[in-house]
Structure formats: structure tokens, C-alpha cells
Design a protein around this ligand. Structure first.
Ligand code: XMP
Length: 215
């Protein structure tokens, strides 16, 4: 059964914390991206830690190795348990994120292919496969792959073996739990939970849906 990960892209700190607290019993991790981190500061990690859930920093880190390491160190020192980085900057840049993750006993995930329509423009033609293979060689904990394209996730699974695949794009972007749950280790859901009239009920229903799947 894959984890259910809440993408908390809510820019009002009080609302974000209320949604996190309400959804916490139904989810396995919280993903924080630029929208919330820029609005509330990195210290949001300290506030969200009260849920007791792992916190994934989705900053899609994409710089030279030294800068990547400096960024990741700050993320982990703030209290996050995992970082998401881009793979297209090359193996050395990914390795720097992995090294920081190891130093801080955290995890590192590499974006292999993005979930939106434009994600096909530059990640196609074997690039995503190469990024996935490099993520394994670099020692990353897994990759990010699109729930909007289960066929592509199945292909990328062949490149990462038992490494984890976390998959955004379920709900608002059109991906479904039914078509992706057996292929991945984590399902990332944002707007379909935090924009729902009752976010906790929406989280509960996604949790139940993935429970019906085998993996
Ligand atoms: P929604 O509201 O569409 O939110 O459920 C999805 C969340 O996931 C992020 N996202 C991605 N992150 N690679 C990533 O690393 C992707 O391909 C990708 N697609 C969506 C998005 O920023 C939001 O937080």
C-alpha cells in the first residue's frame, strides 16, 4: 500500500497548520513546497513537526553541487526529513543532495519526469530514464514520477528497481489512485485535499482508496 502524502501548498500559515492537523490521522507525510515555505518561512517545518509526520521539502533543488549541498543542509537543519532535487543538473549535483541527506539522516528524491503536460517537452526521448538510472547510481532514495502517466511510471520502475517512487498528479491534474497505486510507493495529493470543503474527509477518502490497492 503506497503512502499518502499531502502537498500542503497553502500560503496562509494558520490555515496550513489547521489543514495539516486535521489531515494528520489519514496521511503518512507532508510535502512543503515554495508556496508555503516562502509565505511562512523555513520554520514552518518546526510547526508541522508537531503532527509527528515526516516532512518532505519539495524545493526541486537544481544548482551546482556546492550550492545544492548548502541548500539541502539548511533544509535538513530546519527539521525536514527529505529533500526533492532535480536530476537534469547532473550526477554530481544529485550526489551533493544525497550527501547532505546522509549527513542529516534524511532522504533524497530526484525528479525524473514531471506530471504536467509540459513535463513531456524536455523529459522525453530517454532523458527521464537516464535521470532515473543516475538517481540510483547517486544513491538517492527514489524518484518522483508522474501519476498522470502511469505507463511512464511503469517504464521508470524498470530503471529504479526497489527504490521508492513518489507520484504527484492525482486528483486535480487528472491522475487516479486506481491507475497508479500498484506502481508507486507514495501518492502525492495537493489541491484535491487542501481545497476540498472538508480536507480531513478528502484525505480519509484518498487513504481508503489506496488501501484498496495491493502494493
Ligand atoms: P496537486 O495540487 O496538483 O499538487 O495535487 C501536486 C503537488 O506536487 C508537486 N508536483 C510535482 N513535484 N515533480 C515534483 O517534484 C512533479 O512532476 C510534480 N508535479 C507536481 C506540485 O508542486 C504540488 O505541490
Amino acid at each position: 500500500m503506497p503512502d499518502l502524502i499531502l502537498a500542503l501548498d497553502v500560503t496562509e500559515k494558520k490555515k496550513a497548520l489547521a489543514i495539516a492537523e486535521a489531515c494528520a490521522p489519514h496521511i503518512d507525510a507532508i510535502k512543503v513546497g515554495y508556496p508555503l515555505a516562502l509565505a511562512a518561512g523555513l520554520s514552518i517545518a518546526g510547526d508541522l513537526k508537531k503532527t509527528g509526520l515526516p516532512l518532505i521539502a519539495d524545493f526541486k533543488v537544481a544548482d551546482i553541487p556546492n550550492t545544492n549541498q548548502l541548500i539541502c543542509d539548511q533544509v535538513f537543519l530546519a527539521g525536514f526529513s527529505a529533500i526533492i532535487c532535480q536530476g537534469f543538473c547532473g550526477m554530481d549535483s544529485v550526489k551533493a543532495c544525497v550527501a547532505s541527506a546522509r549527513t542529516h539522516h534524511g532522504e533524497c528524491y530526484v525528479v525524473a519526469e514531471m506530471s504536467h503536460p509540459g513535463g513531456k517537452e524536455f523529459f522525453s526521448g530517454g532523458i527521464a530514464e537516464q535521470i532515473a538510472a543516475n538517481a540510483v547510481i547517486a544513491g538517492a532514495d527514489g524518484i518522483i514520477a508522474p501519476a498522470t502517466r502511469p505507463d511512464r511510471v511503469a517504464v521508470l520502475r524498470g530503471f529504479v528497481g526497489d527504490k521508492k517512487i513518489l507520484s504527484p498528479g492525482v486528483g486535480t491534474q487528472g491522475g487516479s489512485v486506481d491507475s497508479i497505486a500498484e506502481l508507486v510507493d507514495g501518492i502525492i495529493v495537493g489541491r484535491s485535499i487542501y481545497d476540498a470543503p472538508d480536507p480531513a474527509a478528502a484525505a480519509q477518502s484518498y487513504a481508503a482508496a489506496r488501501r484498496r490497492q495491493k502494493r
